[in-house]
Design a binder for this molecule. Structure first.
Ligand code: NAD
Length: 428
């Protein structure tokens, strides 16, 4: 039987106890557990091979979200994030979704887009025609660049040609190379293929190739998630489930129509997604760029998710966004903790990872909307924020909680008050 991600009391365990639960769940080796714990993670020598001018490494808290069921399988989800409430929120929402059968998720094949810009073409429409007529030759040339990828069944799939009749530098052609990158994020593979096509595209078009680079608007590589929560499960502190569910749909509606709200709403979705993207060593700037560009694809920036109420008593949520993540390449195999985090997730492909990420994004969105609808985000958030303010003021040990509680009670969560309380409590 598969182990369950529903682990009552996980929250109350010590970090060491949690790690041993996680280790048993995923069958991690000692060194993988140590990599997650940070005691045997990224060392200076390895870091120095990853980027330039290294002087150290930078740690973030690594938490594990529980309760996730996605496509009938249970996952423990590693999340690297500095913001309080994200891991708790994801776990809480996953528990709600579990009551409706968990998340369902799907993903497109891992198709990335390489862009090749061509300038100086006399008749762009004729050049477009010639380029498309030579589709097979272009694909064959692209497929000679990465024998590993083509050997794995990946490689160039299609060619599209877009014409911009006017631009600040005159008429412009943009060739899109659609490229299946299998289990990689694919930036390097696509950039290499796009680079290699330049001479051939110049020959066919008669123009001058300028940029050849990956697009982060990976809209051929979407992941989507779906969940349904029994409305009764949303009841909270005297509020009926129907009222909370209605509040969630109303809160979502503002994000659907107003970019000012949509930006924050989508940020909440990305709170969850980025944390897993970072924990697995993936490129979160790429994911952020893709998500927000996709949210604005109609010309008006809007919510990435949808929420509605079904006739049979469920709150129903869906989320769709580009998900260019890999489980090979980049830092995924180089960073020991990222490697161990991927093992903990137990995903067998980049597509499965993308599906988990979509589910986590939807869960995070549900957690934030529910908090907004049911209790007002301030109360839950303030308690954790107050702890950070207390720590920043120099509180340690049990004083952190005492000062935080006092500040929340007084409604004065401020550094000056934290310092004052610290002096009082220390008796100085
Ligand atoms: P990569 O080049 O490190 O690894 C991918 C390669 O691994 C493939 O080309 C293939 O040759 C090989 N491979 C082995 N097994 C594979 C499998 N099962 N599936 C697929 N490929 C397999 O990494 P990448 O994914 O091409 O690029 C990701 C990196 O590029 C990230 O670190 C990212 O930050 C960076 N990057 C991003 C951008 C951008 O987002 N605009 C631009 C440039 C670089």
């Amino acid at each position: 039987m598969e182990p369950s991600s529903r682990i009552p009391g996980f929250y109350d365990l010590s970090a060491e106890e949690r790690l041993s639960v996680v280790k048993a769940f995923a069958g991690l080796a000692d060194e993988e557990a140590r990599a997650l714990a940070g005691s045997d993670g990224l060392n200076l020598a390895r870091a120095g091979q990853m980027i330039e001018n290294v002087i150290g490494t930078f740690a973030l808290p690594l938490g594990v979200a529980t309760n996730f069921t996605i496509n009938g399988r249970d996952y423990l989800v590693p999340m690297a994030v500095e913001e309080p409430s994200v891991v708790a929120g994801a776990s809480f929402a996953a528990r709600l979704a579990r009551q409706g059968g968990g998340f369902r998720a799907t993903s497109d094949p891992p198709l990335m887009i390489g862009q090749i810009q061509i300038l100086g073409v006399a008749d762009p429409w004729s050049a477009r025609f010639r380029l498309l007529a030579e589709r097979e030759r272009i694909l064959a040339m692209a497929n000679r660049q990465d024998p590993v990828l083509t050997g794995l069944g990946g490689g160039a799939r299609d060619v599209e040609v877009r014409v911009f009749e006017t631009s600040p530098v005159g008429p412009m052609l943009v060739v899109h190379l659609l490229y299946d990158v299998r289990d990689a994020m694919g930036a390097n593979a696509v950039n290499t293929a796009a680079e290699a096509l330049a001479p051939l595209l110049e020959e066919i078009s008669g123009g001058r190739v300028t940029l050849r680079i990956l697009s982060n608007l990976a809209d051929r590589r979407l992941a989507r998630a779906h969940c349904r929560v029994p409305v009764a499960a949303l009841a909270h502190e005297g509020f009926a489930g129907e009222r909370v569910a209605q509040g969630i749909v109303e809160a979502w509606a503002l994000a659907a129509v107003d970019p000012y709200r949509a930006a924050t709403h989508n940020k909440g979705i990305m709170n969850g997604i980025d944390a897993v993207v970072i924990a697995t060593g993936n490129d979160w700037r790429a994911i952020e760029a893709g998500a927000h560009a996709y949210a604005a694809r109609t010309g008006r920036y809007t919510s990435l998710s949808h929420w509605s109420l079904s006739d049979d008593g469920y709150l129903v949520g869906t989320l769709e966004l580009p998900m260019a993540v890999g489980m090979v390449g980049g830092a995924t195999r180089v960073h020991p903790a990222a490697r161990a985090a991927l093992k903990l997730l137990g995903v067998g492909s980049a597509r499965e990872l993308a599906e988990v990420l979509a589910a986590v994004g939807l869960a995070q969105n549900l957690a934030a909307l529910r908090a907004l609808a049911a209790e007002g985000i301030q109360r839950g958030h303030m308690a954790l924020h107050a702890r950070q303010v207390a720590m920043a003021a120099g509180a340690t040990g049990e004083l952190v909680a005492r000062i935080a509680e006092q500040m929340v009670r007084e409604g004065k969560v401020r550094s000056d008050r934290a310092e004052e309380l610290l002096r009082e409590m220390r008796g100085v």
